[in-house]
Write a protein that binds this ligand. Structure first.
Ligand SMILES: Cc1cc2nc3c(=O)[nH]c(=O)nc-3n(C[C@H](O)[C@H](O)[C@H](O)COP(=O)(O)OP(=O)(O)OC[C@H]3O[C@@H](n4cnc5c(N)ncnc54)[C@H](O)[C@@H]3O)c2cc1C
Length: 388
């Protein structure tokens, strides 16, 4: 992406975030879905940032998109999760594995906000191990017939289009593009959540749901590869969003610790408060380094798609960045809550909201444990993989 386009995109992201903040704060306090995120993102043309310009997007490279998501992450993990669901794991597999016809049919309307995307892999009985999925497909004359339930899906309740995965003959996993308006599709929002009240999380069921043959994504049997490849983009988006959470926590504690007076001086002059501030700054500094190292590796790998070594490096770095950033953001939010004292515990203040919301980043797109196993196997060698 050329520097002028990058500058314009990031200034649009900034303007979007500034306009969104008061609306998001109100929705958060009222515990309701923020239905202005999509129209506002549409206004600033942010609904397809890494999608090529000819398909309606902004043509952002991975590093630029990571900067944008870090900025959005400051507004909250819920807002950033919408973008991850819609773009990083929703549009991304269509852009990467879709046919030219599928790209033309889905991506320009997605950029205009006429189509909203989600990625449906997790099921009630298949989370960390998606190979245990129970959603099935059968090939009929001019369509595939899908049956099953996907659960804990970001944007499921608002999506028009979901990239989903099902098992067919000989346990082959295939990927499908599902239009949510068709008969046989039912959805339900999840409301009893620990955080992200302004974002949509839901489940959906497919009952004898007919997917037209031309909505098979990639080749039949290639679904698991598509799902795992998509998670590289998803993990980077989580890591970048967590950087934004840390940046916002730092900004909040700097202001608060200079204003709040106790024991006759600003609390920022107490050394134990400074210890928290130093730790949050170290969270920010180290997370920024790992996020952009991983984003650069993905850009390098995308320039040489046939190079499997670069691809494996990018995949590992995305997992490492996500594991590190989500724990650093959790630490930063926890320390920011501590610095705010009793106010920190209230969700009327930003640290408390970040703490609640960012917890999920250690769970979705690969739990801490699954990512640690991946990192350990990369160090020890394939024969030490904890599971197949
Ligand atoms: C808010 C939210 C949004 C989400 N959005 C999406 C989405 O958009 N699309 C989507 O497909 N999914 C989504 N998910 C699902 C998420 O990816 C899963 O929750 C996650 O992969 C973990 O699966 P699980 O919840 O079934 O936990 P489980 O797999 O049951 O794991 C439970 C615990 O056991 C541990 N564990 C499991 N296997 C092992 C092992 N081999 N070794 C060591 N420990 C292990 C796990 O690390 C975890 O601590 C979302 C989840 C949440 C909460």
């Amino acid at each position: 992406m050329n520097p002028a386009d990058q500058k314009k995109l990031l200034s649009d992201v900034d303007a979007f975030c500034e306009e969104l903040r008061p609306i998001e704060e109100l929705c958060y306090v009222e515990h309701r879905y923020n239905d202005l995120v999509i129209p506002l993102a549409g206004k600033y043309k942010l609904l397809a940032m890494p999608v090529p310009v000819e398909l309606g997007g902004r043509g952002a490279d991975t590093v630029t998109y990571a900067r944008a998501l870090a900025r959005i992450g400051r507004e909250g993990t819920g807002v950033r999760t919408f973008f991850s669901g819609h773009t990083s794991i929703g549009q991304y597999p269509i852009l990467t594995w879709g046919s030219e016809e599928q790209k033309r049919r889905y991506l320009p309307p997605g950029a205009r906000g006429e189509k909203i995307f989600a990625f449906g892999l997790t099921e009630p009985e298949a989370g960390s191990n998606p190979l245990e999925m129970q959603m099935t497909y059968e090939r009929k004359s001019d369509h595939f017939l899908l049956n099953g339930v996907k659960y804990l899906i970001s944007n499921a309740g608002i999506a028009t289009t979901i990239v989903t995965f099902a098992k067919g003959p000989k346990d082959l996993i295939s990927a499908f593009i599902v239009d949510t308006g068709a008969p046989g599709f039912a959805k339900e929002d999840l409301t009893a959540k620990m955080g992200m009240p302004t974002a949509n999380t839901g489940m959906f069921e497919l009952k004898d749901y007919k997917v037209p043959i031309n909505n098979l994504l990639g080749e039949e049997g290639n679904g698991f590869r598509i799902a795992m490849g998509t998670l590289v983009s998803g993990r980077l988006s989580v890591a970048a969003g967590c950087l934004g959470v840390i940046e916002d926590c730092l900004a909040e504690v700097v202001t608060y610790s200079k204003e709040r007076q106790q024991h006759g001086k600003p609390i920022g002059k107490h050394q134990l408060v400074q210890e928290h501030i130093a730790a949050i700054e170290m969270d920010r500094f180290t997370t920024e380094a790992v996020v952009f190292r991983a984003a650069e590796a993905k850009d390098v790998s995308q320039r040489e798609p046939a190079n499997t070594v670069l691809k494996a490096q990018a995949e590992l770095l995305a997992a490492q960045a996500k594991l590190f950033a989500s724990n650093a953001a959790w630490d930063a939010a926890d320390r920011a809550v501590q610095i705010f004292g009793g106010r920190g515990w209230s969700t009327l203040y930003r640290p408390g909201r970040h703490l609640q919301d960012v917890r999920v980043c250690r769970i979705y797109e690969g739990t801490d444990e699954i990512l640690k196993l991946k990192v350990a196997a990369a160090v020890l060698g394939k024969e030490f993989e904890a599971y197949k």
